[in-house]
Design a protein around this ligand. Structure first.
Ligand code: SAM
Length: 220
């Protein structure tokens, strides 16, 4: 008996939006096949959950387009024993994928209501192993540092220095960096004594608001 009405949509999402565009990491592809994205969007958007676009999740925020989620996740090069920090929990979908790939996931969300919703979404999806913290993620989360990988899912003018500081040796960080509207996706790798920066292409993310990000709400 079919218990997941969206299994086929999810398969098509993975094949045509993600694999066909060059994502090769089988663990990432398997995680995207497994996690029920439709449980992470508002009920009235459930049927659009596997479409090739971001969707609103309330409070003016979004769940990112599946392909962008895949690119960022692949670039983190997560190993099963890794400790991962996400900044910008939103719906909890990205955190659920990270939990499939890593040993420990901490996700920081600025808006308490979204953090609560994400905890509910994760529970409904049967995902454990994610610690959600309400706070200013531009400061990172020092109690669990250092991290093997850090993903920032909101955009800031520069990479917040506390996140670079909390990245362990050999650690990877992926973040959208640049102006408020659209930005460059950047990967940073912490090598012995230096930090390597790799550009990954253009993206458009909501702003990262906090001490080491944008100051205050966006005015149109
Ligand atoms: N990763 C999310 C998902 O899977 O649904 C999507 C994240 S959404 C594009 C960006 C999120 O970053 C929003 O939920 C927003 O409230 C959050 N955010 C913005 N500034 C933040 C900050 N300083 N610390 C933590 N979260 C922040």
């Amino acid at each position: 008996m079919e218990t997941d009405p969206y299994r086929r949509e999810r398969e098509e999402m993975v094949e045509f939006q993600v694999r066909a565009r060059g994502i090769r990491n089988e663990r990432v592809l398997a995680a995207m096949q497994k996690i029920p994205r439709h449980l992470f969007v508002p009920k009235n958007f459930e049927r659009a959950a596997y479409e090739d676009r971001p969707l609103p999740i309330g409070e003016g925020q979004t769940i990112s387009q599946p392909y962008i989620v895949a690119v960022m996740t692949e670039q983190l090069e997560i190993r099963s024993h890794d400790r991962v920090l996400e900044i910008g929990t939103g719906s909890g979908y990205q955190a659920a994928l990270l939990a499939e790939l890593a040993e420990k996931v901490v996700s920081v969300e600025r808006l308490a209501h979204l953090a609560d919703q994400a905890r509910e979404n994760l529970a409904r999806a049967g995902v454990s192993g994610v610690e959600i913290v309400v706070g200013d993620g531009t400061e990172g989360y020092p109690p669990e540092a250092p991290y093997d990988a850090i993903i920032v899912t909101a955009a800031s003018p520069e990479i917040p220095q506390p996140l670079i500081d909390q990245l362990g040796k050999g650690g990877r960080l992926v973040a959208p960096i640049g102006p408020r509207e659209c930005q460059d996706l950047v990967k940073l790798v912490k090598r012995e004594g230096r930090v390597e920066t790799i550009p990954l292409g253009g993206v458009c993310f909501v702003p990262l608001i906090g001490q080491f990000g944008w100051q205050g709400e966006v005015s149109p």
